[in-house]
Design a protein around this ligand. Structure first.
Ligand SMILES: *Cc1c(COP(=O)(O)O)cnc(C)c1O
Length: 362
């Protein structure tokens, strides 16, 4: 029998979420961020669902190649930029735009062979301190880029570190306010479109929508705002992860379940075994008590999540049968809830689904 573990990707939810982003940023173009294989939902699948986006954002040139091979002709932006001179002919050939965030890239662009002008997104480091030029250097970098024959249109961009703290919070949001101020100051008077907002900023920093918004997580229905789920913002989860019960065993009071015997049965009880584990991408860190759905009811994981299997306390579902569907996350059980329990965010959960999980579209 094939493993019953599957990830169902909800195409309508992806489209709905793009619509929600457009409602919240009505004056902005939308770059759908599809890096990490579309946050684990499948790069080509997501891009085909989101052909209504104005561009796609990727983190690897190989992803841009896959999108073009799939016949997608939208603009594509390489968010982490190019690394070596050989990337430039590939960018040109694929018609891909690139982020420029480092002096080493300026040299490569200056020495580029003659050819099509490459649109560049000049990244300003306004406080995230990951990628980007220091604010005081932006004018000089812009002038250098503008003078290069290899460089086409220049878009000015930055990335927020803490936009999950919303603008309307009386006690939070200081870093984002400061990043916005620094960005405007560093780019004042320069020509070109502007882009600042990731998903959380689309949801909570309306004034930062500018010319281009760059949502990722929101398109997949995921929230990064503590204590919330995508549904709180009108978003719909784009993935259901499910499997089946392959055994139900009655275990005696006092017996322990699974590796290292971390969970002891308080009474004689039914223990379900579901065909999913960390080998499928379900987080091993999910502690006992993390909910899953059996017959529409929440039951707790018990014992350690193992590679292929997990064990469930079925006392709350006495009518459960071998073969019943088990939902790990989806519209009825937000990935954010599981992420909270496992000490991570929903993004990491969907990105971590492994290759042996069968993907289905619905
Ligand atoms: C990943 C990424 C985004 C999207 O972030 P979300 O939180 O998923 O919306 C936007 N911009 C850049 C530069 C990114 O790297």
């Amino acid at each position: 029998m094939a493993r019953p573990t599957s990830a169902t990707v909800h195409i309508d939810a992806l489209r709905h979420n793009l619509g929600q982003v457009r409602l919240r940023a009505p004056g902005s173009r939308v770059m759908a961020v599809v890096k990490a294989d579309g946050y684990g939902h499948g790069l080509e699948r997501v891009a085909r669902a989101l052909t209504g986006a104005d561009a796609f954002g990727v983190a690897a040139l190989s992803d841009a190649e896959r999108l073009r091979a799939a016949g997608l002709s939208q603009p594509i932006v390489l968010l982490s930029g190019f690394d070596e001179p050989e990337d430039l002919p590939r960018l040109r050939q694929l018609g891909v735009q690139t982020v420029v965030h480092h002096a080493s890239q300026l040299e490569m662009l200056e020495q580029a062979a003659p050819g099509d002008a490459i649109p560049c997104w000049l990244k300003v480091d306004t406080g995230m301190h990951r990628l980007g030029f220091a604010p005081e250097t932006v004018r000089e970098v812009h002038a250098r880029l503008a003078a290069m024959p290899a460089v086409g249109e220049i878009v000015l961009m930055t990335h927020f570190a803490s936009s999950d703290e919303f603008a309307d919070s009386p006690t939070q949001g200081r870093q984002t306010r400061e990043q916005i101020r620094i960005f405007h100051e560093a780019t004042a008077g320069l020509p070109g479109l502007r882009s600042l907002a990731n998903s959380a900023a689309v949801l909570g920093w309306r004034d930062a929508s500018a010319d281009w918004v760059r949502p990722g997580g929101a398109l997949y229905g995921l929230s990064v705002v503590a204590g919330t789920t995508g549904a709180d913002f009108g978003l719909r989860p784009a993935m259901t992860l499910s499997t089946r019960l392959i055994a139900i065993n009655r275990i005696r009071q006092g017996e322990c379940i699974g590796y290292s015997a971390t969970w002891r049965c308080p009474e004689d009880m039914p223990v379900g075994v579901a065909a999913i584990g960390y080998g499928d991408g379900y987080p091993r860190h999910a502690p006992a008590g993390t909910p899953v759905l059996v017959r529409g009811r929440r039951v707790p994981v018990i014992g350690r999540v193992s590679m292929d299997l997990m064990t469930l306390d079925l006392r709350g579902v006495p009518d459960a049968r071998v073969g019943d569907a088990v939902t790990l996350w989806g519209p009825e059980l937000p990935a954010e809830t599981i992420a909270d329990a496992a000490g991570t965010i929903g993004y990491e959960l969907t990105c971590s689904i492994t290759r042996r999980v069968r993907f289905v579209e619905q």
